[in-house]
Design a protein around this ligand. Sequence first.
Ligand SMILES: Cc1ncc(COP(=O)(O)O)c(C=O)c1O
Length: 355
Amino acid sequence: MSRFLSQQFASLTPYTPGEQPRDQQYVKLNTNESPFPPSPGVLRAVAEESAQLNLYCDPECTLLRQAAAELYGVEPKNVLPVNGSDEALYFTFLAFGDKTHPFAYPEISYGFYPVFAKLTHVPAREIPLKCGFTVDYEDYLGIKEHIVIANPNAPTGVCLSVSEIEQIVRANPDRVVVIDEAYIDFGGESCVPLVNKYDNLLVIQTFSKSRSLAGARLGFAVGNEELIRDLNTIKYSVNPYNVNRMTQAAGVAAIQDGAYYAANAQTIIRTRERAAKALEQLGFTVLPSKANFLFAVSGAVDGETLYRELKARGVLVRHFTKPSIQNYCRITIGTDEQMDILLSRIQEILREKGS
Ligand SMILES: Cc1ncc(COP(=O)(O)O)c(C=O)c1O
């Protein structure tokens, strides 16, 4: 019982981020970061910009919005840069949700959605997945809630097609449909082009994954001018300087160096396919992933044991305690060398368990 915490947050269970241990060097495959460093252009831009840290940053993120608008094929008024895409999600619940405007999202999805719903006192409905951990777009046609769907979904990696998402957007013209595309650069097809066609679609992207900027905290909301204006109302009521000076510079350079990041994403896709096959050969069932991670269940070891045994051997993966997925582990795709270490540690564990 806290003495001072407002009663309205007394029952709030905060989001649990993946471990970021400092005690030793792990092969870190637990928070879906890129194993590749930022491009040299990003490092240069950050170093140059840091000389002006005495000055506030541009609250309108003018250069970054221009660069992002070009990247996404929209106008700068359709883009809001944010402090990691988590912030865009938070602003979205604040801006569009209330007691009479609830949200719906898949029952197995990004763990922050229920936290933001609770934090903002927005009622939420969790829609069960179908077998194979698939999101059935038909469950989202003509419903009474605003919608958030991670595509590809997390932690499963399973992806919907653009035409399925378009049907959801079209069938809910009076609801905001938020598509969280944190992992879209690893083989899925982005819905961003639909933003020019539908005024109720908000696409959220991040530079944390495919653009190696998790530590800089940069994401984007892309949508109709009115939706972006609403999000700006929240932003300017919370923190006008939400994207710091160095991150703005890093973002512009990361867009300029697009070829470097596209090549890294292709490498990660190749490594993912190789790792999925190797895991299957070791008796795992692996969901078809279009993300920079695999969601896999062993026929021989339960998810928590595998997570603990791997950690004891210096490899971190992510385990979730939700009963329907507790036998699975989510494994970020690292470099080929990191995945080889993972696979050999798994072989050791399976040998010890006698399977
Ligand atoms: C589905 C999904 N959305 C959003 C995020 C947040 O990313 P960030 O705040 O780093 O942009 C994550 C992070 O893992 C995620 O998995």
